[in-house]
Design a protein around this ligand. Structure first.
Ligand SMILES: [Zn+2]
Ligand SMILES: [Zn+2]
Length: 173
């Protein structure tokens, strides 16, 4: 999704569906995209910088933090970034970024590829501990059965191997 600076003019609206499968997911990620990322963006110039903003939406498959089953999750977010032209002074040392500058992005030349920004915004909004449902019962700590599907016969309250060991340990003291 390449935007040419020349085309922005007084501001443009771009919308469509971005194929997320062409982007590299973070290492160890246990999510996958079930849909392209829908975007509806406004792109405007403000002085030298370019402002890109608008809603994003995608359907993902996530793994429930409690029962470890995959489930469909819809991520919605708003992209709101400003890009500054990188004016590389020849021979100047790389300026170290201060924390408050980390949200500033840069572009070079006359084109901006907005795809990576769209992808990153969605990935940043994936919850770390997502649940398939607020009432997910999780898995049995003893036998590992998915308790959403069926109850198991295990004695649960305070009788996992770990708590038994802890009890024995505390008794010995
Ligand atoms: Zn679950
Ligand atoms: Zn069990």
């Amino acid at each position: 999704m390449i935007i040419k600076l020349y085309d922005i003019g007084e501001g443009i609206s771009v919308s469509g569906a971005l194929d997320a499968s062409t982007f590299k997911r973070p290492e160890d990620s246990d999510f996958s995209f079930l849909s392209p990322i829908d975007y509806e963006l406004k792109i405007e110039k403000a002085g030298n910088s370019v402002w890109i903003h608008g809603p994003l939406r995608a359907a993902l498959s996530l793994v429930c933090a409690r029962c470890l089953e995959p489930f469909t999750f819809s991520v919605a977010s708003v992209l709101d970034i400003e890009l500054l032209p990188r004016t590389a002074a020849p021979g100047a040392p790389e300026v170290e970024l201060k924390p408050e500058e980390l949200d500033t992005y840069y572009f070079e030349g006359e084109e901006i590829d907005i795809g990576p920004y769209i992808f990153e915004e969605i990935v940043l909004n994936i919850p770390i501990k997502a649940l398939c449902s607020e009432s997910c019962k999780g898995i049995c700590p003893v036998c590992g059965a998915n308790l959403n599907i069926a109850d198991c016969a295990c004695e649960k309250a305070g009788s996992t191997i770990l708590t038994e060991k802890l009890k024995a340990f505390l008794k010995d003291r």
